[in-house]
Design a protein around this ligand. Sequence first.
Ligand code: DX5
Ligand code: ZN
Length: 223
Amino acid sequence: MSVRINPSILSADFVNFQREFDSIASADLIHVDVMDGHFVPNLTFGLPMVARMQQIAPVPLDIHLMIENVDRWAPDYAETGAYSVTFHAEATEQPVALARKLRAIGSRVGIALKPGTDLDDYLEILDEFDQLLVMTVEPGFGGQALIESTLSKVSRAKRRIDQEKLSVWLQVDGGIDENNIERVASLGADTFVAGSAVFKNPDRASQIAALRSAAERGHSHFH
Ligand code: DX5
Ligand code: ZN
């Protein structure tokens, strides 16, 4: 099981993205949090910024849409050539139709669940996705503490992915750091978003390496 470390640029310096991107070139993907001030009470950046980021990023972008009207907007993000576009289950009535549309455009597609959203409703349609994002904090802000009760979704999703032999990446986002990543990996998560845990360290490459080796240790005790 391979480990992916995706730093979230929500914790980066927003007026120096070129420099910030270069400092995390050893990441697997760069996690880009798009927030509209409606789906979540915070506002980041939109389509033109993301399209431009794509041109300067050293690794592919993992776009996390925390916006309303995903049926209208998510395809435009895929059209920028995005490697991966994840939308929230709570933001659409037709997750499968939207997933198929995004895959047809050519991007990987993810579905994200807020802490209060039940996993059971989505287990049946997991094969329509390339990634399941289990939010381990309430979406909206970086630097929050991981909500322990969300982790049972990670274990249950992992069981389903293995049972059905799905090739779905299991992503966790929110409050992931060097103290808990090993344990979260041991539950079966393979793709780790880390915002504050990466950007707080001026030596991002060594922080990414430390997170990666802790996650790999967690996988070695996965049973
Ligand atoms: C929160 C975002 C996260 C955020 C994580 O709504 O989706 O990607 O940047 O930040 P940390 O790792 O600091 O909790
Ligand atoms: Zn995110």
